[in-house]
Design a protein around this ligand. Structure first.
Ligand code: ADP
Ligand code: AMP
Length: 216
C-alpha cells in the first residue's frame, strides 16, 4: 500500500497524520500547502503566483498545482510511494493525477478521508502552531510544546498561520465543501475511498488509518 491520499477539510489532521504515517511507512509526505508556503517564503515565481489565493483562503489555480505535483512526483524519494496531503482538492486535479499515474502504469492505492465536524475544525485551526524550521504541528491546547513557542523537535520558533484566523477559516471550509467534497464520489466510484473518524486522539486516528490500509 504505497500511494495514498489523505483527504479532509482544513484542520482534519492531514498534516499531523501525514507526518506520523510517513515515519511509520518510510515513504514521503507530500503536502502541497507546505510546498506553497516554502515558495512564498523564498519569494519564488510560484510563491508570487500563489500568495494572494492562499491569503484569501481560496484555491490556487489547478494548472499551477498540477504542474507542481508533476515535478514533485518525479523526485527519487517518491519512487516507492508517497502520502499526498492537501492534493487533489478539485475533480480537475484528481483527473490530472489519474492521467499522470496512468501514463506510467500506476494507480492510487487508497484515499483516506479524515472526518471531523466543522466546530471542532475551527477550534483546531484557531489554536494551531507550526514550526518555522521543520514544519512540525502543535496546538496551544491539544498538543502544546514543552516550552512556549519553541519546537520540541528542533528548537525552532512556532508561529500561527495567517490563514488560520477565524474569518479565513470559514471561507476555507466553504471552499472545501464546494470544490473538494465532490472528490468523495469520484474516489468512491474508483473503489479506493475509505472514511475514518478523525475526532479522537492522534494515535487512535493513526491506528484507524493503518487498519483501513490493512498494514496495522
Ligand atoms: P490539516 O493538515 O488537515 O489542516 P493539522 O494536522 O495541521 O490539519 O491539524 C490541525 C490542528 O489540529 C493542529 O493544531 C493539530 O495539532 C491539531 N490536531 C491534529 N490532530 C488532532 C487530534 N486527533 N486531536 C486534537 N487535535 C489535533
Ligand atoms: P493547506 O496547508 O493544505 O491548508 O493549504 C494552504 C493553502 O494552500 C490553501 O488554502 C490553498 O490556498 C493552497 N493549496 C494547497 N494545496 C492546494 C491544492 N491542491 N489546490 C489548490 N490550492 C491549494
Amino acid at each position: 500500500m504505497s500511494r495514498m491520499v489523505l483527504f479532509g477539510p482544513p484542520g482534519a489532521g492531514k498534516g499531523t497524520q501525514g507526518q506520523m504515517l510517513a515515519e511509520h511507512l518510510g515513504i514521503p509526505q507530500i503536502a502541497t500547502g507546505d510546498i506553497l508556503r516554502a515558495a512564498v517564503k523564498e519569494g519564488s515565481e510560484l510563491g508570487r503566483q500563489a500568495k494572494s489565493y492562499m491569503d484569501a483562503g481560496d484555491l490556487v489555480p489547478d494548472g499551477i498545482m498540477v504542474e507542481m505535483i508533476r515535478e514533485r512526483l518525479k523526485a527519487d524519494d517518491a519512487s516507492e510511494g508517497y502520502i499526498l496531503d492537501g492534493f487533489p482538492r478539485t475533480v480537475a486535479q484528481a483527473e490530472a493525477l489519474d492521467d499522470m499515474l496512468e501514463a506510467i502504469g500506476q494507480t492510487l492505492d487508497a484515499v483516506i478521508h479524515i472526518h471531523v465536524e466543522n466546530e471542532v475544525l475551527v477550534e483546531r485551526l484557531s489554536g494551531r502552531l507550526l514550526c518555522r524550521d521543520c514544519g512540525a504541528t502543535y496546538h496551544t491546547r491539544f498538543s502544546p510544546p514543552a516550552k512556549d513557542r519553541v519546537c520540541d523537535q528542533c528548537g525552532g520558533e512556532l508561529y500561527q498561520r495567517e490563514d488560520d484566523q477565524e474569518e479565513t477559516v470559514r471561507s476555507r471550509l466553504t471552499v472545501f465543501e464546494e470544490r473538494t467534497q465532490p472528490l468523495v464520489e469520484y474516489y468512491r466510484r474508483q473503489g479506493i475511498y475509505q472514511k475514518v473518524d478523525g475526532d479522537r486522539e492522534p494515535q487512535a486516528v493513526r491506528d484507524a488509518i493503518l487498519a483501513a490500509l490493512g498494514t496495522d
